[in-house]
Design a protein. Structure first.
Length: 481
């Protein structure tokens, strides 16, 4: 068992309790979850009634709703990789009916494929309406367009979550590939990855399909399933915890030192997980993290855990969420079978629990792809600075630091400041650091123990390959009495 697996196992009961509590409180009839790392699904659990008086497990099928958008974006990017689609092409190249849409200003650009991918085409947010449009035909969608659209902003200027935009992207895939979107997504992305329990209809799913419910008069009212149509690209997929964890693991592997092979290149998968369009706080009510949208995925920024990638899904009768850490690929997927259950709240709580546990047991940070040389240079600089602090010599400092270090604060002042900081906390300069933090491969902050506090040392390397220190800070942190 790896240290990561051990950390997950240690908190599995706490994670399970988060979802069990939701069933106990009547948030949803059932709740099922899974935790994964770079090796795949590590552990899972489920509670409640999936609709047949049985508890759900990792192979029970739920609607994953808007988590589908990541598959839509990935399918589209395979066409870009083949050179048959330009992300900056206007949507009118693929959906002629859009030419009838009056744009909000005379100088407004026609929304492009890229704008649609990043939710910046200017359309109003449309969840309640769009969730009931899945089964409409292409002709019916064209009629919507010919009757005109409302705009909340000029295309290309700001974020607004738009299902209509992803429905149009499904049409792009169909036109360029020459086959229905659902077939293109299954044959291009899902089947090559072995996601055989993931399908665009309940009948196409192999496992037991959970019944979707909504709350009514103190009871749960079952809801009928909708079938594939023009809006399937926004959220039409059915899947399992096991399959969605496999998909998330594949996406996350793009940031590992050995990315998985697949129909979507690692470069394209990394592109999906880049912050393309800032999401204002009103766009995700209740979020405590800075957030942006990439291609079919949200990107969150966390002071402790770095970048986190996620997407929620909500459909009549179902709620879904997936999220993972870019840094280590550790993530959570979760489903519930109730309208507006917002399982994302529980999934985020569970993910934070797992990340905290893995952080406390981690012995080192795995370098991000392409940064191993920088990471080694930073560690070498740390060792050199440790020697310098123990026995300061200006000639040694000159070999370790860039010239600005002496110009910013002369060496004699730095030498006195270091001595004062060491004395203030009784620091042991030969001790093993008690804690470390790195904001980037070229940055490192570490703490040395002292008799009455600890000493914080921070370095940041300059861009040149020599690996010289451009920032050197030494700060005393006395114990609080």
């Amino acid at each position: 068992m790896t240290r990561m697996h051990a950390a997950i196992s240690a908190v599995a009961e706490r994670v399970d309790a988060v979802f069990r509590d939701r069933v106990d409180r009547g948030v949803a009839p059932s709740s099922v979850w899974g935790v994964f790392d770079r090796s795949g699904l590590v552990t899972s659990g489920g509670h409640g009634d999936r609709g047949d008086a049985q508890r759900p497990d990792a192979d029970t099928v739920y609607r994953i709703a808007s988590c589908t958008k990541s598959v839509t974006a990935a399918t589209l990017l395979t066409l870009v990789a083949r050179g048959v689609l330009d992300l900056d092409a206007p949507i009118t190249d693929f959906v002629p009916a859009f030419t009838a849409v009056p744009l909000p200003t005379p100088d407004s650009p026609v929304p492009t494929v890229r704008m649609l991918l990043t939710m910046s085409a200017g359309f109003p947010t449309d969840d309640p309406w769009a969730d009931r449009q899945e089964s409409i035909s292409d002709a019916e969608l064209d009629l919507v367009l010919r009757n005109g659209l409302l705009f909340d902003s000029i295309p290309g200027t700001r974020f607004a979550y738009s299902n209509l935009g992803y429905a149009l992207l499904g049409r792009v895939v169909a036109v360029v590939s020459g086959r229905p979107f659902t077939a293109a997504a299954q044959d291009t992305v899902l089947r090559p990855l072995g996601l055989d329990d993931t399908a665009f209809s309940a009948d196409g799913s192999r496992g037991v399909v959970a019944t979707g419910f909504r709350s009514y008069a103190g009871d749960w009212e079952p809801l009928a399933m909708t079938g594939p149509g023009a809006f399937s690209p926004i959220g039409g997929l059915f899947s399992t915890v096991r399959d969605l964890a496999r998909w998330a693991t594949h996406l996350a592997s793009a940031f590992s030192d050995v990315p998985e092979h697949g129909p979507v290149s690692p470069a394209a998968r990394r592109l999906m997980q880049q912050a393309m369009r800032v999401v204002p706080p009103v766009g995700v009510p209740g979020s405590s993290r800075a957030m942006a949208y990439g291609f079919g995925l949200f990107v969150e920024q966390d002071d402790r855990f770095g970048e986190l990638v996620s997407h929620s899904g909500g459909y009549p009768g179902f709620s879904a969420h997936m999220r993972w850490s870019v840094r280590d690929g550790l993530g959570v997927v979760a489903f519930e079978n109730a309208t507006q259950a917002k399982v994302s709240v529980a999934a985020q709580q569970a993910h934070d629990i797992v990340l905290e546990a893995s952080r406390s047991t981690a012995t080192s940070t795995v370098p991000a792809p392409g940064t191993a040389v920088t990471t080694r240079a930073t560690r070498a600089a740390q060792a050199a600075v440790t020697r310098l602090l123990a026995d300061w010599r200006d000639d040694l400092a000159d070999t370790i630091c860039t010239p600005n270090v002496a110009l910013d604060v002369p060496y004699d002042r730095r030498r006195r400041a270091v001595a004062q900081a060491v004395a203030a906390v009784g620091a042991d300069l030969t001790a093993t650091p008690v804690d470390e933090h790195s904001a980037s491969p070229s940055h490192l902050r570490w703490w040395l123990p002292g008799s009455c506090g600890r000493l914080c040392v921070e370095i940041r390397l300059a861009p040149s390959a020599a690996g010289l220190v451009q920032t050197l800070n030494v700060i005393a942190e006395p114990s609080v009495r």
